[in-house]
Design a binder for this molecule. Structure first.
Ligand code: G
Ligand code: G
Ligand code: MN
Ligand code: NA
Length: 250
């Protein structure tokens, strides 16, 4: 298996690029930003998904280089968007145990000239649990500089609620497994309702992921969910195909 060597070559040739999926304000139906999602297109035209190559990059010691390259690329793209639009970027759990991560990210924002307040970093609960002390240092560096932090895949980890009282997140992203089943499952509907109430109570913005159906969108709007994301609102697309004029595609 040559994945590691191929990955090394792909990074050298900058063949792994960010695609962007719109984040939509559910009250105004306007795009407020994009989440960057890494895509590796191989020679056959097929894509290797990030779930496959990010772990390889981590094991091969290539994650720092890959992340720096992707973030620099995404920040450069974001510079050409209207200045209200935010760039949301994923960090994998292992990265938050690198205490220089925050400073490296800030260096890239500075080099590119993208203001920190336009950047949001998505972290998961497991990332924080792994090495809480280092995660705190990294998040503090970033938050102090004005970067926003989103708690991704909310509801699927182990100690969501303790994380919420220990850290000041700007945003909570409800995992798409809740959205996909909530209409057919009355309890799931109540869970989503409770998460939205939690967001109101904590003053944290709530995003619902994985919206695929009109009925799901409608229900989330009725419940007062702030932001939505999902194939119904827009699929991940290459930078050149983005409609950054705030107009939601649907
Ligand atoms: O489209 P989707 O297959 O893009 O993403 C699958 C998983 O990979 C998600 O958990 C997502 O957060 C993660 N992911 C996507 N892009 C990146 C990236 O640039 N860095 C990291 N660490 N994870 C990413
Ligand atoms: O872990 P994270 O939330 O960063 O990953 C987002 C993942 O969800 C990516 O793989 C992205 O491509 C995928 N995704 C985005 N919108 C939808 C959707 O509406 N339905 C499904 N099934 N996946 C989605
Ligand atoms: Mn994410
Ligand atoms: Na998520």
């Amino acid at each position: 298996i040559r994945v590691e060597a191929d990955l090394r070559a792909a990074i050298r040739k900058a063949e792994i690029v960010p695609y962007y999926q719109p984040l939509v304000d559910l009250k105004t139906n306007k795009i407020i930003g994009f989440e960057a999602l890494a895509r590796w297109k191989i020679a056959s035209g097929e894509f290797i998904p990030p779930n496959e190559f990010i772990p390889v990059a981590e094991e091969a010691g290539l994650i720092v280089e890959l992340t720096d390259q992707l973030l620099r690329h995404a920040c450069t793209d974001a510079l050409s968007w209207p200045s209200e639009l935010v760039l949301s970027f994923n960090l994998s759990p292992i990265q938050l145990s690198d205490r220089l991560l925050g400073l490296r990210i800030l260096k890239i924002l500075g080099d590119v000239g993208l203001p920190a307040h336009r950047v949001e970093l998505e972290v998961t609960e497991s990332a924080i649990i792994q090495d809480a002390v280092t995660a705190q240092i990294v998040l503090d560096d970033l938050v102090n500089a004005g970067v926003r932090i989103a708690l991704d895949d909310f509801g699927t980890g182990y100690s969501s609620l303790s994380q919420l009282s220990n850290y000041r997140f700007d945003k909570i992203k409800i995992d798409r497994s809740f959205v996909s089943s909530f209409e057919t499952n009355d309890k799931q509907d109540k869970v989503i309702k409770a998460i939205i109430a939690l967001g109101v109570g904590l003053g944290v913005t709530i995003t619902a992921e994985g919206i695929e159906q009109e009925s799901q969108l409608q229900r989330l709007q009725d419940l007062g969910c702030d932001i939505g994301q999902g194939y119904l609102l827009g699929r991940p697309a290459p930078a050149a195909e983005l409609a950054t004029d705030h107009i939601c595609a649907r």
